[in-house]
Design a protein around this ligand. Structure first.
Ligand SMILES: [Fe+2]
Ligand SMILES: [Fe+2]
Length: 274
């Protein structure tokens, strides 16, 4: 029996502020050497968190130069006002595909992968997201129908509600190569290849400081939760880690062969009981 060749994709979750992006850029050479990915994708919606939220063109270019080939975004896409003007000049980023069509920026990215076309897009959920967006279910149907030239799709489902993410995973089972959740910044323990060959994970986690509340300094968030006094949440700096997933793809079928949650530094084996 012949074994199909495999391709490997690494997807990193929300890059958070300077600590997250600097650590990712510094560690990418070692990660590449260890895992040999053919394609690296990251969610960059919080990459400029030290300036508030969002991303800028110059940060996107820095990440690209370090090896991130495609950047998805999310509800904080316009966190840096200048990015509204800049986005059309950055060909390797996409804004959420379920914004109205006239919104600046591309709704998907076309990436060459072993002689095939991979389409990458992100979608915003509608549960608890406080955003006016079209149905992510309808948006993926439309996007896929408009682009029959794409051989396989990877969707970043940027959403708060677990059920909405799981539902999109099943909706795209057999139709997408991967449906990967972002936005909650906490990695979930449910990476699986669905029976149609779609890699699925509810949230791939965050690239940023873990001694924090999803990226922000603990003290600021505790104050806010307890007193309701609005204050600027500062980016935390300690215990920076990278979270994401690694997907191996059958290059003959372009279906997922495996998906594993990824954390860097790699988890240390628990020490044996004495
Ligand atoms: Fe985020
Ligand atoms: Fe988000």
């Amino acid at each position: 029996m012949s074994i199909s060749p495999l391709g490997r994709i690494i997807f990193f979750g929300d890059i958070f502020g300077k600590p997250g992006r600097n650590y990712l850029m510094r560690q990418l050479p070692a990660i590449k050497e260890r895992f040999h990915p053919d394609l690296i994708i990251a969610n960059g919606e919080n990459a400029a968190s030290d300036k508030g939220t969002g991303i800028t063109a110059s940060i996107a270019h820095e990440l690209y130069a370090a090896g991130v080939q495609a950047i998805t975004l999310g509800n904080h896409v316009w966190g840096q006002k200048e990015f509204v003007e800049e986005i059309d000049s950055v060909p390797f980023v996409c804004r959420p595909a379920n914004f109205v069509a006239s919104t600046p920026g591309a709704s998907w990215i076309d990436i060459p992968f072993h002689g095939k076309h991979i389409g990458i897009a992100c979608l915003i959920g509608r549960e608890f997201m406080k955003m006016l967006v079209e149905s992510p279910f309808q948006a993926v149907d439309t996007l896929m129908a408009q682009h029959p030239e794409v051989d396989a799709w990877i969707f970043d489902m940027h959403a708060e509600a677990t059920a909405e993410k799981v539902a999109l995973g099943w909706f795209l089972n057999g139709k997408a190569l991967a449906v990967l959740g972002t936005h909650t910044h906490i990695q979930t323990n449910d990476a699986a290849v669905l029976d149609g060959g779609t890699a699925y994970m509810t949230d791939v986690g965050m690239c940023g400081p873990f001694r924090s509340v999803i990226g922000h300094k603990i003290e600021c968030i505790l104050q806010r939760f307890q007193t309701n006094i609005p204050q600027r949440a500062e980016v935390a700096t300690e215990d920076v880690r990278l979270c994401g997933c690694i997907i191996d793809v059958d290059l003959e079928t372009l279906k997922a062969k495996s998906i594993q949650a990824f954390q860097w530094p790699l988890a240390v084996e628990p020490s044996p009981q004495s």
